[in-house]
Ligand binder design. Structure first.
Ligand SMILES: Nc1ncnc2c1ncn2[C@@H]1O[C@H](COP(=O)(O)OP(=O)(O)OP(=O)(O)O)[C@@H](O)[C@H]1O
Length: 255
């Protein structure tokens, strides 16, 4: 598929205050243990503005675990995740998550999005136009009737993002969405993420692509060994506060 180089248009009626429903996020002394190993070792943080938050750290630092705990896919061993004071189910209903490997059902791209809209409770008669609108906004209208599972990995990831966007979440969690994509598809995903952020959606994204992190991040969470080592504004890249983060940015292996 030929990727669209033009900027991605915003979905027309997007609300710039969408993320405000779930913010601030307050995480308090969050822990996740497997057997004797504490994999998330007491993380506390507050996210209180809508700019994209980028999660950085070496392999195994605990980024995916943290995202899953934030989304409620895993239950913490101890500690709390509080999304704007809402109960967990209500908070989760206003979030979407995109993983490194997208899961597509054996049906058309459009039907995949319609299915997700159905799960969210949208009446059948509205689903088709909402799905097509989301594909249009993502520059993917040409893929609507293609079987989703035969698309390339990069195309599937763009569709997964469009599907998440169609759900109009307040918060979008992304776990290394461009990890296995070529540069063109990575950039297309990045543009989608930026467009979604511009619609007022709070983005929390793990990535290993430092260029992408620099371009997107309003703030950075740097993790090592299951701990939050730094939470700083985007100046992180030029002035990391800790030796661990400086070593990470130099490309050194974890100590
Ligand atoms: N459900 C689980 N049960 C037990 N251990 C787990 C579980 N999920 C992850 N782990 C372990 O926890 C550690 C952190 O994993 P996690 O996937 O969160 O790291 P990551 O920072 O996302 O790494 P990468 O950048 O490689 O994706 C790893 O040692 C992993 O093997």
């Amino acid at each position: 598929m030929l990727l669209q180089p033009a900027p991605v248009p915003a979905i027309p009626d997007a609300s710039l205050t969408r993320a405000a429903r779930l913010l601030p996020l307050r995480v308090t002394d969050l822990r996740f243990r497997s057997g004797e190993t504490e994999l998330i070792a007491g993380i506390s943080l507050t996210l209180d503005h809508a700019g994209p938050t980028v999660l950085l750290g070496h392999n195994g630092a605990g980024k995916s675990l943290l995202l899953r705990l934030l989304h409620g896919l895993l239950s913490p061993t101890a500690g709390t995740v509080d999304w704007g004071g809402l109960d967990a189910a209500a908070a989760r209903a206003q979030q979407a998550m995109v993983f490194q490997r997208p899961v597509m059902l054996r049906r058309s791209v459009r039907a995949n999005i319609e299915y997700a809209l159905g799960l969210q409770g949208h009446p059948r008669r509205f689903r088709r136009s909402l799905a097509l609108q989301a594909l249009e906004a993502a520059g993917l209208a040409g893929l609507a009737e293609r079987p989703a599972r035969v698309l390339s990995g990069g195309e599937q990831q763009l569709v997964a993002l469009a599907r998440a966007r169609a759900l109009r979440p307040a918060v979008l969690l992304l776990d290394e969405p461009t990890a296995s994509l070529d540069p063109a598809h990575s950039l297309a995903v990045e543009r989608q993420v930026a467009a979604i952020a511009d619609e007022g959606v709070k983005i929390v994204m793990a990535t290993h692509d430092l260029g992408q992190a620099r371009r997107l991040a309003a703030d950075v969470l740097f993790m090592a060994g299951g701990r939050l080592v730094e939470h700083t504004a985007a100046a992180f890249f030029d002035r990391p506060a800790t030796p661990a983060a400086a070593a990470f940015l130099r490309g050194e292996l974890a100590a």
